[in-house]
Design a protein around this ligand. Sequence first.
Ligand SMILES: [Zn+2]
Ligand SMILES: [Zn+2]
Length: 294
Amino acid sequence: MAAGAQKRKRSRHRKRKANARRLQITFGRLTVFLWRMICWLAGGVLDLLAPPRCLCCDELLPLQARVSAGSKGALPVCESCRPGLVQMGPACPRCGALVAAAGVLGGGSCGAGPGVFCGACESAHPPQDSVSCSLVYEGTGKEILLAWKNSGEQALLVFLVELLLRCGKCPAGPSAGAGRPLVCPVPRHPLDRLFRPGAEGAHLAAAFASRRRWRFGRLLRKTRRTPRQAVLGRKARLVNLRGAFCLRRGVKIPSHVVIVDDVLTTGSTVGECARVLKKAGAERVDVITVARSL
Ligand SMILES: [Zn+2]
Ligand SMILES: [Zn+2]
């Protein structure tokens, strides 16, 4: 008799616990729904007070574009400016070198396809596992990047993050748990930051990490100032960055690192960063940039 009462008591207790759990989940979903509704309404009110304009020409966006401009994944650029954003054409997945003519944003793909490497990467593997660039560094894309560097404007940063998210070879990775990739910026020398102030690649990397729900960390530091790779000859480039980057003190290197930067020029800088990270124990290093200069 006593055993039966105990059993019923345990069963009631289990039911109560299950009900409480269900209630907690429902309450959580309701909170998320209400929060989204508030954000959506606030976005609508903001649109009425300050209608979104094209980032390039400052013209008011048409009504339909305004609705989508407020949502994640939309590009606040008008139809006439959009062709100025030249998307990267098929490129070597290892180094990002363009292998065919570029297309206009919205058409064509970002990569040449998995396993199709350029001649240089076939003969000598670069340290990084992949390079993805969204745009060619010219036209409207270049203007927007320069405007962001000079002003650090939040709207431009959001736009650049959208472009990074659209990279065709943007590596997949879990958005939760310890297996999440860690996003790392390319470090600048402290004197460079002093002499050439402006929006930092680290802000872009942090904003990208936040959108992908990946971790962000400054793993590297630059130990000496170096001339720009683009102005050097091939031999000078090879030695210019040697030993220019090292690990920051006390950092723990994760297995998957994603280096994020604004513009890729020769690729030597991110290559050297990837080499240091791999040597320190990273198993996979991917590189994502907004644009690639040709
Ligand atoms: Zn425009
Ligand atoms: Zn290549």
